[in-house]
Design a protein around this ligand. Sequence first.
Ligand code: B12
Length: 356
Amino acid sequence: MSISFEKLKVEAQIQGFPIVGVVKPQYFMDLKERLDRFVNEGYHFAFNNQDIEEKCNPFKTMENCKSIIVLGLPYFVEPLQDTNKNTGGVIFRGELARTAWGEDYHRVFHRNMKNLGLSLEKLCSNIAYQSYVDTGPLVDRYLAAKANLGSYGYNNLFYHPKYGSFVFYGYMLINQEVEGLKYLKPEIVSKTLSLCKDCKLCIKSCPGEAIESPYRLNATRCISGILQSKGIMPDENKTRIGNRIYGCDECQNVCPYNAELEYSPVSSFIPTTLPENPDLIKLLNLTNKEFKEIYGNNASAWRGARVLKRNALIVLGNLEDPEAIPYIRPFLKDERDDLRDAAQWTLSKLENIDKK
Ligand code: B12
């Protein structure tokens, strides 16, 4: 028994996936060569499974795998019209990257993939499947490329012709063939293939100077990674983060390809409760329980309140408004060394401005 690609696409769309592709499982030799080179040149895969064999061989994860369904969720949406009433006084705001607007994409993926699995079971009773996003054994973007869904940009992100780089990818391994595969027309994919050419805007504007050359990101310098790392933030990174408390979209925001995108049809990513520019003083004063209530359903929460509070303290320094001083002082006595360090750095910056 097999599933037709047309039927699969319809089911996936019903379950909330506007982007669907299929990859035939095999030992991915080209990926193996690329990853070996990557590691030999001294790079590593941050936060992720380090097992190259597992990344290149889908049969290590599912012995009888016959197809890999690649799923994409576009997330370019309109910002939330700020409903936080200004109650007088200054509001100090930090910035969340688009990946953390609206509902946490891991939750959206797992919910939709579960429902897709159930609907595929109705089509094919002996189907078995395993679903992953972000933390799975294979390489999400490589699979998107293999499924012919777009191409890589110099900024190291994978571009879909219609939704640009603002797309999350996940995948399902299944034990069934998918018949009648149709790929995006080559001219549509080549729209993204010809995307960078002489343009180096992302490389030039990266605040961490992390894009070392086309397609090559040094993850240790990427602001997104720096903001997620726990502990004391090195001083040289503190100014670089600007007003960001989670994630960085600079290399995507400056990209001309991303300038004319369709909005995502995935309504879960439209921010409803947490604005994309949260109030930093409120964040600093949240109890763990309140943090869970407000940020718990958001992708920025996965490193915990402490990391976001550290970032908020540093951003207050970068905003250079001495009116923030009274809110920072209490953190000089905090038991957590990373928060004390951030508060000290910010205070000395703001007190200097005050004297000028
Ligand atoms: C750890 C991680 C990070 C780390 C390190 C990123 C890195 N590039 O190493 C940090 C925190 C820095 C990070 C940042 C961001 N991330 Co991130 N991240 C991940 C995660 C969880 C693992 C990355 C990893 O190690 N993968 C394993 C390696 C082997 O795969 P890879 O990174 O895709 O790269 C290999 C192949 O794709 C291929 N390849 C790469 N480039 C090219 C180019 C060509 C021409 C070819 C042929 C092949 C090829 O070779 C690479 C190795 O050399 C992935 C999810 C996942 N499981 O992949 C998300 C993921 C890569 N991140 C994602 C996003 C959205 C972001 C941010 C935009 C978030 C933000 N706004 O702050 C930034 C973007 C930074 C940037 N410019 O790349 C998305 C990217 C979606 C997309 N459209 O490309 C992913 C896929 C999550 C998802 N499930 O959708 N991330």
